[in-house]
Design a protein around this ligand. Sequence first.
Ligand SMILES: *[C@@H]1O[C@H](CO)[C@@H](O)[C@H](O)[C@H]1NC(C)=O
Ligand SMILES: *[C@@H]1O[C@H](CO)[C@@H](O)[C@H](O)[C@H]1NC(C)=O
Ligand SMILES: *[C@@H]1O[C@H](CO)[C@@H](O)[C@H](O)[C@H]1NC(C)=O
Ligand SMILES: *[C@@H]1O[C@H](CO)[C@@H](O)[C@H](O)[C@H]1NC(C)=O
Ligand SMILES: *[C@@H]1O[C@H](CO)[C@@H](O)[C@H](O)[C@H]1NC(C)=O
Ligand SMILES: CC(=O)N[C@H]1CO[C@H](CO)[C@@H](O)[C@@H]1O
Length: 397
Amino acid sequence: MNPFLLSILLATLVYAANPSKLVIAYVTDWSAFSVTSIDFNLVTNVHFAFANLAKNGTVLVPESLTPSFINTAHTRGAKVSLAVGGWGLTPFSDVFSTSTGRNNTIKSLKQVVTSYGLDGIEIDWEWPGNANGANGTVFRKEDTTNYLVFLKGLRASLGSKSLISVCVGITPFVGMSLVELAAVVDFVMVMAYDINGQWNSISGPNAPLQVDSSRKNPGSVADAILTWQLAGFPSNKIVLGLAFYGRGTFVTESMANNAATNETAFVRKSVTQQASATYTYLQILKFLNDTTASFVSKYDSYTQTPWLFNKATMQYISYDNALSITVKSQFAGCLGLRGVAAWDISLDGGQAGGSAPTFCHPRNPQSWATLISWFKASSDHRKNRSLDNRDLVGLNR
Ligand SMILES: *[C@@H]1O[C@H](CO)[C@@H](O)[C@H](O)[C@H]1NC(C)=O
Ligand SMILES: *[C@@H]1O[C@H](CO)[C@@H](O)[C@H](O)[C@H]1NC(C)=O
Ligand SMILES: *[C@@H]1O[C@H](CO)[C@@H](O)[C@H](O)[C@H]1NC(C)=O
Ligand SMILES: *[C@@H]1O[C@H](CO)[C@@H](O)[C@H](O)[C@H]1NC(C)=O
Ligand SMILES: *[C@@H]1O[C@H](CO)[C@@H](O)[C@H](O)[C@H]1NC(C)=O
Ligand SMILES: CC(=O)N[C@H]1CO[C@H](CO)[C@@H](O)[C@@H]1O
């Protein structure tokens, strides 16, 4: 058995038996991850993160995106997109606020695509039109309108053969026609992680599959997908982003004796320096192996997420393992989503634990019902919307 989380993704999507399904591996500039380490039997697309955007609209490509990187992926049958932006990249709002700025960026991206032989461009603007971005990120209420105008111009310039994708949060953009967005992009990548963390007052999983009303923060994978679907965005243009890392949160009460399904404790607010402590999957596996450390290990079968509690430091760590990644990727497959994405490939590695369940397997109607019940429960939890068949796009096959 391949010891990597990545190995799980393609296998679970295969149920859909659809060659257009995507398994995207993100490669980051800063991880110095060698493209030759990617198992291209498991990956259909590589997204390189991130290019920067200069104030004049020029796209600045990192040096680590080399012709050899792109050639290697291409010879192994994978497509390569360049992702522009990321958390803390500030100039989008200013640059896209004028026709000149938008046109400069489009012209620059066209040049980059042509000269590098790229298959696509992804834009990761966090966030258009609201104040939830990193400190110093400019925003204006016209952002989402300007963004759509930009994307239409980019499509007109790159043509239909290039992939255009957009990274999005767990709720849709405000003030943007999602019908028009769907018409112009190949897909959106829903970043269904970083849902809970040190910034909240109550702890919770980094990427819960579902939540109920006993959990303070309503965000979840199922809720995110449902929200995009209910807003009118087509399922086959949604890629589910999966976390290949764990996130630690310091709490004020011991969670050592908690029931596995209780990941709710008060967050210790005095801790600021480790505000966004994250751990690679390999680091998590080392924690699990360390018999001298004071870790308690649990699997929350409701949110479908494993977690650790360090009794010595009072840190709760939510992460994903083989089982939770399996469940989420099958969830994506069952809902008829376009695929899944791993953020990011350099964080993977180590032994996969657990055995893969067979939710959503065509010959397993019981599991199928379980999956639907999760989805419905999530929907009920989200403000009591009545669910009809239209909402369950992809479920009624
Ligand atoms: C745009 O800004 C970049 C980065 O500051 C710079 O390298 C480039 O020369 C500028 N391009 C033009 C046309 O001014
Ligand atoms: C930007 O490009 C569009 C489409 O080609 C064009 O209509 C518009 O005039 C351009 N804007 C500027 C300021 O050049
Ligand atoms: C945001 O940035 C400003 C200017 O650099 C700084 O004064 C402020 O403390 C920062 N706020 C936070 C919450 O980090
Ligand atoms: C969940 O765990 C916290 C921290 O140990 C505890 O305070 C709380 O009472 C627990 N909730 C339930 C429902 O058991
Ligand atoms: C965990 O322990 C097992 C058994 O001793 C070992 O094979 C594995 O390499 C260890 N994993 C890590 C990440 O240290
Ligand atoms: C699942 C859920 O939250 N259901 C609630 C929907 O709204 C009614 C009326 O406010 C509540 O009674 C239900 O509990």
